[in-house]
Design a protein around this ligand. Sequence first.
Ligand code: 13P
Length: 250
Amino acid sequence: MRKHIVAGNWKMNNDLAQTETLISELKHQIKTSNAEVMIAPTATNLWQAYQTLKDNTVIEVIAQNMHFAENGAYTGEISASMLKSIGVNTVILGHSERREYFNETDDILAKKVDAALANNMRVIFCFGELLEDRKAGNEETVVGNQIKNALFHLKAWDFKNIVLAYEPVWAIGTGETASPEQAQDMHAFIRKTIADQYGYEIANDVSILYGGSVKPGNAKEIFSKPDVDGGLIGGASLNAEDFFAIVNAF
Ligand code: 13P
């Protein structure tokens, strides 16, 4: 079902004490919400975050990454069933930082998506073009291929557990945001890409989030666009007041 979602991707920030502090501030601020609210602490703090929020009906704890294998000789990695076993039911996959710094390819991401879905997890699947792609006018080709290569082997019903997140790489952590019109144009293209393959019934049900320098000052305008169903928030999710203001933009 298409929903409004605001998810905070904390990336590699916040040790245990900082995680506890930020969560207690968020619990205090976010009592109700018109959007689903999620936070993605670093892996070592997921268990504690989950324990602190398990009776909280507003904020869901989600993971930033996982491996595609069920278990085995993958030193340093975490599987879907491990996440599930500590109460984590949603995972971010395909973030541009994973693609760039950890060489995650479309093929690897397709396997990760399959593993998450096989474990009844929900996936926030990220993609987005580089600045050079946009300058060359290739952004739709790049984004279309990222979606097709990692997701088009799925069955239509799998999309009930897929959330899409368009994050233009040039807007991540740069302070430069896609304009609301650029975001809307790309989100409409993404929805059409899904519709061409699976039909509009499926495409209209998929939530498509925007990520890239979303702040309290620009969230409302970006979220007001018809194909923007929410945001994946990096830097601003590390500050309780800012994140609260973005959640409240809905
Ligand atoms: P910023 O909000 O810091 O630009 O990060 C966006 C992002 O990468 C969320 O996943």
